[in-house]
Design a protein around this ligand. Structure first.
Ligand code: ATP
Ligand code: MG
Length: 333
């Protein structure tokens, strides 16, 4: 039987961080043997908020960094197809067809649109920003993705892809699977500043490629519990990003230690310094093997181009196949 398919990906707007790991990379690694996996580096999507020439000039470097991020967390290029969105022009054609199946109010109702506009102080969205979940549906359905491992913020987009698949299948003929989202165990990892989401654009991220010293510096500056002034004040553990990170990255070997820290934090018998130094250790313990693997892969930088070239070849064939099925189903021949 043919394996089910995963499609997911990231915008080439910067290096990948702990939030990506928790929200989606972890699931990608876990599922790479059971699913045929496609990873899109979504440069058209990056244009929705970063369209300037200066922004675009950074994409290539970001893409290189991201491919090393993927490899260093254990995503296997022997199993996974990685490709760059703009190398598959067919996706623009599928997007155009899908855009006829979505009303403007439906696109405006996507919750991330308002969030992005607020965060980036955009007064009027471009057509591209408004329509980008439709383009995302085209990415997913182009390779007939069954499952999309994403962070919580992307769930509503996958829901739209599912609706589009259903509408297309009903209006014409069954061509597409009804895609489903898979959100990580921690749906959204908060930022080091206590904001709801760690994000490349918000300057609140710990990167998978950060050095030991950078991790230590970032953890020292982390937001904890703002109502707690002295180490003797009882503190809040719930919603405190320091404890969220400890829970997420501590692993079994630190379970007892973290439990004890939480207890003492609530009682007001441990200072932020001790808690943070434990977190620095935990995060560096988690990141060290990732750094080691990165160093190995970086000895052959040409691997990046090779991986993306192979991906392009495979995905273009899939894309052309899907597009002809689509036109056939519509009678657009
Ligand atoms: P940008 O700020 O440029 O939008 P981003 O940090 O949000 O960048 P994306 O490339 O938009 O990163 O997201 C890639 C994937 O990682 C998506 O599936 C997204 O849901 C997930 N993701 C990003 N940040 C987090 C986070 N803090 N927690 C959980 N998942 C996340
Ligand atoms: Mg994003």
């Amino acid at each position: 039987m043919q394996k089910k398919r995963i499609l997911t990906g990231d915008r080439p707007t910067g290096k990948l961080h702990l939030g990506h790991y928790v929200g989606t990379l972890k699931n990608r690694v876990k599922l790479q043997d059971t699913y045929e996996t496609f990873i899109i580096i979504a440069d058209y999507h990056a244009l929705t908020t970063k369209p300037s020439k200066e922004d675009i000039s950074k994409f290539n470097k970001n893409i290189e960094d991201m491919v090393f991020d993927y490899l260093s967390v254990g995503m296997d290029p022997g199993k996974i197809v990685f490709y760059r969105q703009s190398s598959i022009p067919e996706v623009a054609e599928l997007f155009l067809i899908f855009s006829m199946l979505v009303t403007v109010p439906r696109a405006q109702r996507i919750p991330t649109l308002k969030e992005i506009m607020k965060d980036l102080e955009i007064n009027q969205p471009s057509m591209g920003l408004l329509a980008y979940p439709i383009l995302q549906a085209a990415d997913i359905l182009m390779v007939k993705g069954d499952l999309v491992p994403v962070g919580k913020d992307q769930e509503s987009h996958v829901e739209l892809a599912r609706e589009i698949a259903r509408t297309f299948n009903k209006t014409y003929e069954k061509v597409f699977p009804e895609t489903k989202a898979l959100v990580g165990e921690t749906p959204t990892l908060p930022g080091t500043d206590g904001k709801l989401k760690m994000s490349k654009s918000l300057n609140n991220a710990i990167y998978l490629s950060d050095s030991k010293e950078e991790v230590e510096r970032k953890v020292k500056g982390m937001y904890t519990d703002p109502t707690r002034v002295h180490a003797t004040d009882p503190g809040k553990v719930e919603g405190n990003p320091v404890f969220i990170y400890l829970d997420e990255f501590g692993g079994e070997e630190n379970e007892e230690k973290i439990k004890d820290l939480k207890k003492r934090y609530k009682e007001g018998t441990v200072g932020d310094v001790e808690v943070k130094s434990c977190l620095t250790e935990v995060l560096n313990g988690f990141l060290e093997p990732i750094r080691e693997r990165r160093k190995e892969f970086q000895k052959n930088p040409e691997i990046v181009e090779e991986i993306l070239r192979n991906g392009k070849k495979k995905v273009r064939l899939e894309a052309q196949k899907t597009l002809s099925e689509v036109k056939e189903a519509m009678g657009l021949t």
